[in-house]
Ligand binder design. Structure first.
Ligand code: BT5
Length: 266
């Protein structure tokens, strides 16, 4: 499908009346949609509000890393969520967003998208999307979660910065054709809405866990996981019933790791 310049209007039409994206604020350039989303949430914006930008000057990854956000080709969006869950289980939101994003990208592109724990979406072994969920809590209550997703849609391979060549890719680079951003964003918000509403009813359910394990790019692989200044090496067994990642080391000892704190290296 050829993209029209009013792709945001097309997306708004598709999301009319739905929880996630019933209101979509669109900006040409922001520092970070997550940062702006937080600002709106602090001003009591409603659950489901989506902040969408054509480009970001300071797109954020985890732990102060940078998210490359060139204009006109990709998706940068943040959703305000207000789940009634304890802060301790907030990393489960990243897991459900991983399932939703992988399924949405597969539906939109026909390419097989997989989750690299905890927050990367891979196609053909390269990162095409990243998730950043940031929480604001008051004591034992979550005030809101800003769920940010960046998807490389029509980024040309040769425009990927040199340090990310071979690591990062886009739907277009992997699929060999352009994709409609309205369509990709529409699938993404639809899947996020579906998984989020199920999560509110059922919590981190056996269905969600099985779906995550089915989509996992890391299960059975031998990995190193960095937790602060420690490193764990082991084979990935998959997610535990509460969403922690299970590793087994060479001696057969099991390790449980929570998505909030750690990153994984293959
Ligand atoms: C992430 O962090 O993968 C989370 C990315 C979230 C981005 C979205 S865009 C909308 C919203 N607003 C924001 O400000 N952020 C969110 P992390 O796991 O820390 O990965 C960051 C690393 O991915 C970088 O250090 C690079 O190696 C790589 N990277 C940077 N830009 C990339 C891109 N566009 N595509 C693929 N990889 C990228």
């Amino acid at each position: 499908m050829v993209e029209t310049s009013n792709w945001v209007e097309e997306l708004r039409k598709a999301r009319k009346g739905k929880l996630i994206g019933k209101e979509i604020l669109f900006f040409d350039r922001v520092d970070s949609t997550n940062r702006l989303g937080r600002e709106y949430a602090l001003k009591r914006a409603e659950e489901g509000l989506v902040i969408l930008a054509e480009s970001q000057a300071q797109g954020k990854g985890r732990q102060g890393r940078v998210w490359e956000s060139p204009a006109g080709v990709n998706l940068y969006l943040s959703v305000i969520l207000k789940p009634s869950i304890p802060p301790a289980v907030a990393p489960q939101i990243t897991l459900l967003a991983g399932v939703a994003s992988a399924n949405a990208l597969t539906r939109a592109s026909g390419l097989e998208a997989r989750i690299k724990w905890p927050n990367d979406i891979f196609i053909h072994g390269k990162k095409v999307a990243g998730i950043l969920s940031e929480m604001e809590a008051e004591g034992l209550k979550i005030r809101f979660v800003i769920l940010g997703v960046g998807v490389n849609v029509n980024w040309k391979r040769e425009e990927v910065p040199p340090d990310l060549q071979g690591l990062a890719s886009s739907l277009m680079a992997e699929g060999g054709r352009k994709f409609s951003r309205a369509l990709v964003a529409g699938e993404l918000l639809e899947e996020l809405g579906r998984e989020y509403e199920l999560f509110l009813r059922e919590g981190f359910s056996p269905r969600l866990r099985e779906e995550w394990n089915r989509l996992s790019w890391v299960n059975q692989k031998w990995v190193t996981v960095k937790v602060m200044d420690k490193e764990f090496a082991g084979q990935v067994l998959g997610l535990d019933t509460d969403g922690a990642l299970l590793l087994r080391d060479r001696e057969g000892n099991r390790q449980r790791l929570v998505a909030g704190d750690v990153s994984l290296r293959l």
